[in-house]
Design a protein around this ligand. Structure first.
Ligand code: HEM
Ligand SMILES: [Ca+2]
Ligand SMILES: [Ca+2]
Length: 318
């Protein structure tokens, strides 16, 4: 996978990052959450069949979309902005930039626009012609324990430092009540809330997510700086103010190596940013399609038709 290169579009689409950034910047004016939503799409793409744009495919006669798998359904968002980016790129450099690369660039630009680090994105991914609903059902879930989360990361070549650093993406964005309300009233059948949840924060969350209330209501993943990419996510964990069970476990699993990593990232935002960049590049390298494999989709939601070659160029004519 050393085949991805930061210079991949230097001659064929030199403005690609600028174009992506411009569209995200515009979208952020109306939706402060959109950057968070976009980086999550890259994560959910890369963990299923690699970073190949598989997540973006809609249902069709031949495609069982990943969008409808439980972790994505009524949860993954930002597809309209991905389409807007694709449209702009098809005008600037037709049939050149893959949808998988759009997600990788959008992730980086979103982090950077929110005050986080910026980095040179490795590029040259091509788009799949298939999706994998079954694998998408197995994406990491918020109530999974730490060994299980570690296993899912190691399955794609990511280690425990990567798990902690990448979880730091929960420094921005939102989550629905249904993803954490297991902690509020009857945690693991105890009849009590999760003991690793700060009691003041617990009251706040109970107000947002009442028992038998609307479980699709959203709240900030980072209560301190909800739209800023910083290390507050980690300092929250130290005062038991992580939102998801999978977040809080990183600090509250006594004796686990994750605790020291959380402490380090809390003490040193520069160390967090440096690790985050390394881990994002690693994640972006999960089994990409390169060379002549796959295609350059012209519409991110569907596979090219028979009139489109594997180079993404249209071969049909009258
Ligand atoms: C460690 C395993 C992870 C679990 C269990 C997990 C779980 C979740 C859940 C349950 C939500 C809320 C979804 C909803 O309510 O609709 C969420 C949101 C989010 N996740 Fe994760 N996540 C994990 C790792 C990651 C990684 C690796 C990234 C990116 C590098 C990431 C980025 C985000 C972002 C930015 C949001 C907010 C999205 C938005 O506001 O639209 N997560 N995650
Ligand atoms: Ca994929
Ligand atoms: Ca934050």
């Amino acid at each position: 996978h050393g085949q991805l290169r930061t210079t991949f579009y230097d001659t064929t689409c030199p403005k690609v990052s600028k174009i992506v950034r411009g569209i995200i910047k515009e979208a952020l004016k109306k939706d402060a959450r959109i950057g968070a939503s976009l980086i999550r799409l890259h994560f959910h793409d890369c963990f299923v069949n690699g970073c190949d744009g598989s997540l973006l495919l809609n249902n069709s006669a031949t495609i069982e979309s990943e969008k409808e798998a439980l972790p994505n359904n009524n949860s993954a968002r930002g597809f309209g902005v991905v389409d807007d980016i694709k449209t702009a790129l098809e005008t600037a450099c037709p049939a050149t930039v893959s949808c998988a690369d759009i997600l990788a660039i959008a992730a980086e630009e979103s982090v950077s626009l929110a005050g986080g680090p910026s980095w040179k994105v490795s590029l040259g991914r091509r788009d799949s012609t298939t999706a994998n609903r079954t694998a998408a059902e197995l994406l990491p879930g918020p109530t999974e324990d730490l060994p299980s989360l570690k296993k899912k990361f190691s399955n794609v070549g990511l280690d425990t430092t990567d798990l902690v650093a990448l979880s730091g993406a929960h420094t921005f964005g939102r989550a629905q009540c249904r993803t954490f309300n297991n902690r509020l009233y009857n945690f693991s059948g105890s009849g009590n809330p999760d003991p690793t949840l700060n009691t003041t924060y617990l009251s706040t969350l109970k107000g947002i997510c009442p028992q038998n209330g609307d479980t699709t209501v959203v709240t900030n993943l980072d209560l301190t700086t909800p739209d800023v990419f910083d290390n507050k996510y980690f300092s929250n964990l130290k005062v038991l103010k992580g939102l998801l069970q999978s977040d809080q476990k990183l600090f509250s699993t006594t004796g686990d190596e994750t605790v020291a990593i959380v402490n380090k990232f809390t003490a040193n935002q520069t160390a967090f940013f440096a690790s985050f960049v390394v881990s994002m590049i690693k994640m972006g390298n999960i089994s990409p399609l390169t060379g002549t494999a796959g295609e350059i989709r012209l519409n991110c939601g569907k596979v090219n038709d028979d009139c489109t070659g594997s180079d993404g160029l249209l071969y049909s004519s009258t």
